[in-house]
Design a protein around this ligand. Structure first.
Ligand code: 5GP
Length: 174
């Protein structure tokens, strides 16, 4: 892992912790007394979802879906399901949990896929958002922090599978 390629933290560990607390409070308020199924989009969401679920004072079921839409740094727009979620979600309140929304293509695809399974409700939650890069409109219900149009790594996000374990978010400089 070559840390000389990284910028200073865009968001520090403490700022991210605050963000998780704020998003969890919003979700708790919206789903008070309900059970929610959190479905993390792997691999990038793994750090966020594990922090988020422990911050939620709700009944939480956990599942994951593994998709691949990027080769290196380029969005191909083609979403490949490598591992589907396996909890039965019909009639349940589902929250899809992403690491970052960029073009929106991945979530637009996943939203349709999960809506077809007739959940009681479907919301989308992301740790980070790059609103300037959006190509398709997709409703994002819970947004942690906005980031500029750069390649970011850390807090679950990778560059060619590296840097996911950094506790902060930084820009990867090519
Ligand atoms: P979208 O389909 O919205 O363009 O892309 C979403 C996915 O692209 C994210 O889940 C993430 O895996 C990847 N992605 C988008 N921007 C970045 C970035 O700046 N850094 C990293 N590591 N992944 C990104």
């Amino acid at each position: 892992m070559d840390k000389s390629k990284l910028s200073a933290a865009i968001y520090t560990e403490a700022e991210i912790r605050q963000m998780v607390k704020r998003v969890a409070e919003q979700i708790e308020k919206d789903y008070a007394g309900e059970e929610v199924v959190l479905i993390g989009v792997l691999k990038g969401s793994v750090v966020f979802i594990s922090d988020l679920m422990r911050a939620l004072d709700l009944d939480v079921l956990l599942d994951f879906i593994v998709v691949s839409s990027y080769q290196g740094t380029k969005s191909t727009g083609v979403v490949k399901i490598i591992k589907d979620a396996d909890i039965e979600i019909s009639g349940k309140h589902v929250i899809l949990v992403e690491d970052i929304v960029d073009t929106g293509l991945t979530l637009a695809y996943l939203r349709d896929l999960f809506l077809a399974r007739k959940p009681a409700s479907l919301a989308i939650c992301t740790a980070f958002d790059k609103p300037d890069r959006r190509q398709v409109a997709v409703p994002v219900d819970y947004i942690g922090l906005e980031v500029p149009n750069v390649c970011v790594v850390g807090y679950g996000l990778d560059y060619e599978q590296n840097y996911r374990n950094l506790p902060y978010l930084a820009a990867y400089e090519f």
